[in-house]
Design a protein. Structure first.
Length: 74
């Protein structure tokens, strides 16, 4: 499965990582690692996320109060 992250989504990820880095050293890196883990899971099983509507799905992060919104394209 090809995966692409939109520019606005990447900005959100970067901002959240920067926020967490200020909260505790290393926490920003942990956030980025969790994003990467969820993306790896979705690459291998794209249907895993909760269906939100006819287009979008959501995958929850385990250790942070965020979710990744995505869509499957043919």
């Amino acid at each position: 499965m090809k995966l692409s992250i939109t520019a606005p989504a990447q900005r959100d990820i970067d901002r959240a990582a920067a926020f967490y880095a200020l909260e505790r050293p290393g926490l920003g890196a942990e956030f980025i690692e969790e994003v990467a883990r969820v993306l790896a899971v979705l690459r291998s099983n794209p249907w895993l996320g909760q269906r939100l509507d006819d287009t979008y799905r959501r995958a929850l992060m385990r250790t942070f109060p965020y979710s990744l919104m995505y869509r499957l394209d043919n």
